[in-house]
Design a protein around this ligand. Structure first.
Ligand SMILES: NC(=O)c1ccc[n+]([C@@H]2O[C@H](COP(=O)([O-])OP(=O)(O)OC[C@H]3O[C@@H](n4cnc5c(N)ncnc54)[C@H](OP(=O)(O)O)[C@@H]3O)[C@@H](O)[C@H]2O)c1
Length: 240
């Protein structure tokens, strides 16, 4: 029997790559990055589907290919690709605002729109949107990033309810996960002063690892999590 397929966006590095490594044996992966050559690991036995998600035409083509090339076996979508361009709002160029909204919010919405139609036909599937702790806490100089991530939580909760209305007796789950501060290239950019401030807010007194997020994602995709739906799961070392 064919392995169920799982799309992971932003699988070239950081959380996406750790998630891909964790899921590799159980699922057939559709590995996404902005460019095909950015996917270096795990190509064998899996698929690569590239698109710059800030580009509307590439996003539309990506969704078409997802449906035509992988629609039959698609079991789950992990909307993980994301970008943070940190600045005071007063000095944030509009193109940065559009870029973050497109990659972090519109792309997950359009990919979910493609996936939910396929899942509706089979009455089965999981959409997992990668949000962030700042969606609930807020963060200075990340107002747009935080807004996109808060949007993902509301989107996931609404979609879970919508699936309940539309697909009776279904096994479709739509969730979000809010990582805290996790060691990746995204958090490598945090200045030392801010890093110390954040560490004081984390009872675990350390940043998390991408592998710790991957473990949670693997659980949420599995049958063991069959009654978790519409929830936002915080994985943040107790951050307050
Ligand atoms: N690290 C943390 O502490 C943390 C905390 C909370 C939430 N998150 C969220 O977790 C997710 C992964 O973060 P990360 O730390 O692993 O970040 P990362 O190491 O910077 O990786 C980002 C991924 O997103 C992809 N991506 C970025 N812009 C893209 C675009 N325009 N088109 C297509 N793909 C694009 C990148 O692909 P390319 O390599 O091709 O550019 C890369 O695979 C993000 O949604 C982030 O907001 C992270």
């Amino acid at each position: 029997m064919n392995k169920p397929k799982v799309l992971i966006t932003g699988a070239s590095k950081g959380l996406g790559l750790a998630i891909a490594r964790k899921l590799d044996t159980e699922y057939c992966l559709i590995l996404h990055a902005s460019k095909s050559e950015n996917i270096i690991e795990l190509r064998e036995g899996n698929f690569v589907l590239a698109a710059d998600l800030s580009n509307a035409d590439e996003l539309s083509e990506f969704c078409k290919k997802l449906k035509s090339e992988h629609g039959d076996d698609l079991y789950a979508v992990i909307n993980n690709a994301g970008i943070s361009i940190d600045k005071p709002l007063a000095f944030q160029p509009e193109r940065d605002i559009d870029h973050m909204i497109m990659v972090n919010l519109k792309a997950p919405i359009m990919i979910s729109k493609t996936a939910i139609k396929l899942f509706g036909l089979k009455n089965k599937g999981v959409i997992l949107n990668v949000s962030s702790c700042v969606a609930e806490t807020g963060n200075a100089f990340q107002s747009i990033y935080a807004a996109t991530k808060a949007g993902l939580i509301a989107f996931s909760k609404s979609m879970a309810k919508e699936a309940g209305e539309l697909y009776a007796g279904h096994q479709i789950r739509i969730l979000s996960i809010s990582p805290g501060f996790i060691k990746t290239s995204m958090t490598d950019q945090i200045p030392e002063l801010h890093r110390e401030k954040y560490l004081k807010m984390i009872p675990a007194q350390r940043f998390g690892t991408a592998e710790e997020i991957a473990e949670t994602v693997a659980f949420l995709l599995s049958e063991k999590a069959s009654y978790i739906n519409g929830s936002n799961i915080e994985v943040n070392g107790g951050l307050f």
